[in-house]
Ligand binder design. Structure first.
Ligand SMILES: *[C@@H]1O[C@H](CO)[C@@H](O)[C@H](O)[C@H]1NC(C)=O
Ligand SMILES: *[C@@H]1O[C@H](CO)[C@@H](O)[C@H](O)[C@H]1NC(C)=O
Ligand SMILES: *[C@@H]1O[C@H](CO)[C@@H](O)[C@H](O)[C@H]1NC(C)=O
Ligand SMILES: *[C@@H]1O[C@H](CO)[C@@H](O)[C@H](O)[C@H]1NC(C)=O
Ligand SMILES: *[C@@H]1O[C@H](CO)[C@@H](O)[C@H](O)[C@H]1NC(C)=O
Ligand SMILES: *[C@@H]1O[C@H](CO)[C@@H](O)[C@H](O)[C@H]1NC(C)=O
Ligand SMILES: *[C@@H]1O[C@H](CO)[C@@H](O)[C@H](O)[C@H]1NC(C)=O
Length: 433
């Protein structure tokens, strides 16, 4: 393309042109993108970068370091210094698990180095290529592929159903089940990595459903990398790798200080120790009709207050609330329920006072009666001891030896009929004896 060469080059030789471009590029980032599309053909015709037509793929992909599932991969791009001087170079990198058919586009790296976390038990292939870039892609090399096969051992020996929860700010419980082909003597050990430090979990437990688990006391906010590898005397147990964002698995402490006021406004507070701004949270109110046994769930976003409507105020209700992160990020789990408060109806409020009044009136009446009795000396009559027949009828037992007929004949007529009712005495077995 001779004309273009003439118009673009202004008589520079290509080295001077390169220096000029570099200088310009530091001042106006867009200039090289624009210029290079003219320059490349020139360079090509120049012969120096003629080999650009066959841009070599990267070579020597190596795993530079490995922490649980986190691999640092580096490669040699095999691109000459000349091209590097001239062109914007990117390294597209993709990966594909052995159990999947799709390459997943990862990113375009600026440097021949990439750090990525993989579920290594699945086996993974990583591929990378060289790319010369302008506003459009000028040239791409072929891919170079590196295979990382699954670690030795049967797939069915892997810890299965692995899951974790983060609770009470920074505690973590992870649980898993033994692989179906893992021998009975298999012992699993959990390693976790956060903030560039790998630790071995030490507090193991068996949960109520028979799953194995491990408890960690202090977990930070960064992504958590996990490896559960097992050992057995009879076979190789495959290690399991995963990673997750602790926010997703967080179970928040429940809201506190829930209160329902007379005007049916429900208010609650955020639990201590979290960001106090409820904006990112969703809340769920549970309103239970205690008489009818029906339950209503109400979803509230961003605020810690709600005015209940469509509530029959003549019935007793209980109200409680729970929460989860739903807006800025999302957690999988709701918190536990908060404290409960009750909507008491107006009648039961009156009944309380009525009971109280009744109690007071009864007490007052009792006291008044007491005074009245004292005054009229009726009290003594009331308190008179119950007569003992042995005393009244002393003579009957002592002198007449219990012979009633004989004794009665000698008695003066008795005023109080009940006290000496003959039948009453006859029926008294002690009197007969
Ligand atoms: C182009 O590559 C061939 C072999 O691949 C090499 O012999 C030749 O010297 C290269 N040319 C330049 C200008 O680098
Ligand atoms: C790219 O791959 C194709 C087909 O696999 C091959 O024919 C070609 O020579 C390769 N090019 C380079 C630069 O390796
Ligand atoms: C594993 O987890 C799945 C889904 O969470 C559940 O359906 C299944 O019952 C669990 N299996 C065992 C053995 O716990
Ligand atoms: C929750 O964590 C706090 C400190 O953050 C601790 O004082 C408290 O005992 C923990 N509660 C439970 C139930 O573990
Ligand atoms: C977590 O595990 C510990 C240890 O077994 C247990 O005491 C605690 O109740 C568990 N917490 C939750 C929220 O499951
Ligand atoms: C389990 O993995 C850790 C970390 O990769 C390693 O140090 C340890 O030797 C492994 N243990 C077994 C039994 O494979
Ligand atoms: C309901 O009562 C509470 C306090 O008892 C008060 O703060 C609130 O403003 C009241 N709301 C309405 C709508 O009257």
């Amino acid at each position: 393309m001779p004309e273009r060469k003439g118009t673009v080059c202004f008589g520079f030789d290509s080295n001077e042109w390169a220096v000029f471009l570099l200088k310009i590029s530091t001042m106006f980032p867009l200039v090289p993108c624009f210029a290079i599309s003219f320059v490349l053909p020139i360079v090509l015709s120049d012969g120096r970068l003629a080999n650009l037509t066959e841009l070599h793929p990267p070579a020597d992909i190596t795993i530079a370091s490995r922490h649980l599932g986190e691999l640092t991969v580096t490669w040699n791009d095999s691109i000459s210094q000349d091209i590097k001087k001239w062109c914007v170079i990117r390294y597209p990198i993709e990966f594909k698990y052995y159990d999947s058919d799709d390459w997943q586009e990862d990113s375009r790296r600026l440097y021949p180095k990439h750090v990525e976390v993989f579920e290594l038990h699945r086996g993974v292939s990583i591929r990378v290529k060289n790319m010369l870039l302008d506003k459009t892609i000028i040239k791409e090399s072929n891919w170079t592929i590196m295979d990382i096969p699954p670690p030795p051992g049967d797939r069915e020996t892997l810890a299965s159903n692995f899951s974790c929860i983060i609770y009470n700010h920074s505690s973590m419980n992870c649980t898993w089940r033994k692989g179906s082909k893992a021998p009975t003597d298999t012992e699993y050990v959990m390693y976790y990595r956060q903030d560039k430090i790998t630790r071995r979990c030490i507090h193991y437990f068996m949960d109520a459903n028979g799953a194995q688990g491990c408890h960690v006391d202090h977990i930070g906010n960064e992504n958590i990398l996990i490896c559960v590898n097992g050992s057995s005397n009879s076979t190789i147990v495959q290690p399991y790798y995963t990673q997750f964002d602790p926010f997703e698995c967080e179970i928040y402490n429940p809201p506190v200080n829930l209160e329902v006021s007379q005007n049916l406004t429900v208010k609650w507070d955020m639990p201590a120790g979290y960001n106090n701004d409820p904006y990112c949270f969703a809340f769920e109110l549970k309103v239970t009709d205690l008489d009818g046994d029906s339950t209503k769930l109400l979803r509230i976003d961003h605020v810690t207050e709600y005015v209940l409507v469509n509530i029959n105020p003549t019935k007793r209700h209980s109200v409680k609330v729970r929460m989860k992160l739903a807006h800025c990020d999302e957690t999988k789990f709701w918190s536990d329920w908060s404290n409960e408060d009750f909507i008491e109806n107006l009648h039961s409020f009156n009944a309380y006072w009525m009971l109280l009044m009744l109690a007071i009136i009864t007490a007052m009446t009792g006291l008044l009666l007491l005074f009245a009795f004292r005054r009229c000396k009726v009290l003594e009559t009331v308190c008179e001891p119950i007569p003992d027949p042995q005393k009244k009828f002393k003579a009957l037992f002592e002198e007449y030896n219990g012979d009633f007929q004989n004794w009665i004949n000698c008695q003066i007529p008795i005023s109080k009929a009940d006290e000496c009712h003959p039948i009453a005495i006859e029926e008294n077995p002690q009197a007969e004896a």
